[in-house]
Design a protein around this ligand. Structure first.
Ligand SMILES: NC(=O)c1ccc[n+]([C@@H]2O[C@H](COP(=O)([O-])OP(=O)(O)OC[C@H]3O[C@@H](n4cnc5c(N)ncnc54)[C@H](O)[C@@H]3O)[C@@H](O)[C@H]2O)c1
Ligand SMILES: O=C(O)C(=O)C[C@]1(C(=O)O)C=C[C@@H](O)C=C1
Length: 370
């Protein structure tokens, strides 16, 4: 017998999208649940009427601009069934979808994973915002789902979420766009960001990476986040005003105004602990980026994910008398763990090739592209 509150059928709306695919895999593989999906771009997916009737948990993962419409469509499909269901969404804004879901008779929780769909099977190490709208019968299952997600859950109201996201998303996205738009326009048509990289600081490289990440993603997602967060305009106008203050002080060449205003105020607001922690984070990023720039290097994927594999890899380099300068793990686009091994500058290409061949022949690992 189906026990909906323990082993629900999960219906993902937007199942062919980036997060939709990740979620379908998560519910099926990590939670062992039956998953059905609806997505107009996947002709093999389930029709809305069938999904509304069969699923016990509905999860909306559609573009922000069509979210309200999609929720309202499902709300009128099968209200009697909705009374027994849990409705979730992962939209990047929370007031609009949670209010729309609450107009149905379902139990309602709004979610927001604070990262693009990860290459890992869970959200381990990533924050997940949880906005409980109406939750009773489904609480134990929601708790089990959040535990399985391995996310760092943070609970708040939809209003609080949208306020925080104005600072965490709208300002970060808007300012990075403005920063590089201004640079692009002032640099002339023949230049590119690559011309700035030989002169880079850690801060510039981190800003460039943040901007590039946005540009590689769906631009509609970012414009939607700006247009649908009710606090975006005020937050960006606030930054415009404080930037004007700094520019005015600079135009007057007023060092005292800069010190007593922006520097003193922000420094006091950070406090000693946050200043210290942020400083150490920046140092870590700086050393990481410096390590990643060291040549020569090789990327190795270890075939056996078990204790002792890494030691054997290090031994292979030791036996070949190659000195390792840096060692970092990262993930490929397919989610495989890679070790980036930076070696001493005087290591010859032939010596590096020989050790890689030996690692591959022994079945320990294989060379991959970073
Ligand atoms: N990508 C991210 O970085 C990220 C991070 C956190 C949260 N989110 C949120 O996740 C949601 C989905 O984002 P995504 O990046 O997966 O987008 P996506 O564009 O990759 O996927 C959206 C999917 O929804 C489908 N769709 C469109 N209209 C539909 C409808 N009426 N009914 C059913 N399906 C429909 C599309 O065909 C597409 O496959 C958004 O609300 C977004 O704000 C995205
Ligand atoms: O690319 C990433 O990992 C992101 O953090 C994506 C990002 C963001 O840039 O704010 C984009 C949309 C989501 O709502 C959450 C996070």
């Amino acid at each position: 017998m189906n026990q909906p509150h323990q082993n629900p059928i999960v219906g993902v709306i937007g199942s062919a999208g980036g997060y939709g695919r990740w979620l379908c895999q998560f519910f099926a593989e990590r939670m062992g649940l039956q998953v059905i999906g609806h997505d107009p771009s996947d002709s093999s997916s389930v029709a809305p009427e069938a999904l509304a009737a069969r699923a016990d948990v509905l999860l909306f993962s559609v573009p922000i601009s069509v979210t309200q419409q999609a929720i309202e469509h499902f709300a009128q499909l099968n209200p009697a069934r909705a009374e027994q269901q849990l409705w979730l969404d992962i939209t990047s804004v929370k007031q609009m979808p949670v209010e729309a879901m609450l107009r149905s008779p379902a139990e309602v929780v709004g979610l927001h994973p604070m990262a693009a769909p990860p290459k890992t099977p869970t959200l381990s190490g990533r924050p997940l915002v949880v906005c409980e709208g109406r939750l009773q019968q489904w609480r134990p299952w929601l708790d089990a789902f959040l535990t399985a997600s391995e996310a760092a859950c943070v609970h708040c109201t939809p209003e609080e979420h949208d306020q925080r996201m104005a600072a965490i998303q709208n300002v970060v996205h808007g300012l990075h766009l403005a920063q590089f738009l201004s640079l692009a326009r002032s640099s002339g048509s023949l230049s590119s960001p690559a011309d700035y990289l030989p002169f880079r600081t850690t801060g510039f490289e981190a800003d460039l990476a943040t901007t590039a990440r946005m540009l590689q993603a769906d631009h509609r997602l970012y414009t939607d986040i700006l247009l649908h967060n009710p606090n975006a305009l005020t937050a960006l106008q606030g930054v415009q005003a404080t930037l004007s203050e700094i520019i005015d002080a600079l135009a007057r060449r007023d060092r005292q105004a800069l010190l007593a205003g922006p520097f003193a105020e922000v420094s006091a607001w950070f406090g000693e602990t946050m200043r210290g922690e942020g400083h150490r984070t920046f140092e870590r990023i700086g050393y990481l980026l410096a390590d990643l720039a060291v040549e020569p290097h090789v990327f190795i994927h270890l075939e056996r994910d078990q204790p002792g594999s890494l030691r054997q890899l290090l031994e292979a380099f030791e036996s070949a008398a190659i000195n390792i300068d840096s060692l970092h793990s990262s993930r490929s686009a397919q989610g495989e763990v890679h070790f980036r091994i930076g070696v001493a500058r005087d290591t010859s290409a032939a010596a590096l090739r020989t050790v890689v061949q030996q690692i591959e022949r022994s079945g320990l690992g294989r060379q991959v592209n970073g």
